[in-house]
Design a protein around this ligand. Sequence first.
Ligand code: GDP
Ligand code: IMO
Ligand code: MG
Length: 422
Amino acid sequence: MVDVILGLQWGDEGKGKIVDYFAANYDVVARFQGGPNAGHTLYVEDKKIVLHQIPSGVFHQGAVNLIGNGVVLDPVTLRRECETVAGFGVDLKKNLFISERTHIILPTHRALDKAAEISKGNEKIGSTLKGIGPAYMDKTGRNGLRVGDLLNKNFTTSYIKLRLKHQRLLDNYSFNEEISGWEEEFFDAIEFLKTLNIVNGEYFINDKIQQGKKVLAEGAQGSMLDIDFGTFPFVTSSNTISAGVCSGLGVAPQKIKEVIGVTKAYCTRVGSGPFPTELENETGEELRKTGNEFGATTGRPRRCGWLDLVALKYACMINGVTQVVMTKTDVLDAFDTLSICTSYKINKEETTQVPFQMTFSPIEPVYRQFKGWNTAITSATDFGGLPQEMKAYIEFINKSINTNVHYISNGPGRNQIIKVDK
Ligand code: GDP
Ligand code: IMO
Ligand code: MG
């Protein structure tokens, strides 16, 4: 049996914290897509940790962690992260496994990412520059190198061949930054990677399922950044939605049970692209300040705005969400009035559907106003203790998205989460 935790917005919904919270109930935690563009924050012994490649279940002794075939893996980031995690006494030899089918991010993928972004000028995606797009391009272009290839004696020859191909592309971009330092650390990290548990991920996970073990699949990014259903081309290069679990781990759709979608109580987006409810004013600034909305991977300020129910409902539909976790609810504590976008006005027509392209015509969000709760909720521990205004805010959301908020996160801490009474 497999449950999934994934983001319903543009990433950074708090997936890391929520996976860490739920991981105690699972035997396996597995990342199924994305790469070090992800930054998943969690707190262990009151210390803040940001994970980019390793699943967020790694601090639970009862669970093992799998980096699935759908992920793209940067060995340099992985090595650094392994050192941090090992510093907390985690034995990665025992609890981290990597699929041999996982594609490897090469130093030239990072260079190509940067070169492509520079060439786009004002139309840049706002990529994290971690080499994600080029690595997935080499996967679908059938050129990429996989973790299992490291064990082949021809690895270096294949690497050199691909590097030459990349060099020609870089020359086309007139990109001439020195990357030999990146290459040196890459080959060091490759040696480290070889010492980890490299497994056949699909048999690994299906054997566990067969044995009755519980698997938690951890998504990265968010549904509105999905390569097919997000705000293309301002998206990432993988399927971030629940369907990605099947192809990214090798599990059959019937094995998936709960799809737990994580949303903030408002919206953020980092990088470029459409964002109908964005607030480029004092209110947006207040959300950013109160929510400490700065990227966990790049440190960039996140764009902030009100909750967008059109996009949220769409994400619930595409993913088949069965439970919603609402995070950062405490960030709204001091607002007198709150707004929720219930429809879009495009060329004077009102719609509750996400359009094919959000940039063709300006989108005017239609809002419904709510009274704020004006109470600090960070120390609340049960649903009964939460303000009535918040319950009304959540009840309205439940009705609109045809599924229910099951948990409310009221702070970044491990235990700041409240189960909603039925
Ligand atoms: P992820 O990429 O989805 O894992 O999210 P990030 O870690 O990039 O960003 C979420 C940020 O919000 C992190 O700094 C978390 O520590 C923080 N966070 C998570 N849940 C809550 C919450 O309920 N309240 C507050 N105030 N912060 C939270
Ligand atoms: P987590 O898992 C928020 C955004 C980038 C950019 C676009 C493409 O922490 O939620 P890429 O590097 O994938 O080529 O960037 O996607 N992006 C994220 N935004 N959270 C993330 O991950 C993101 N990963 C990528 O800012 O707009
Ligand atoms: Mg993040």
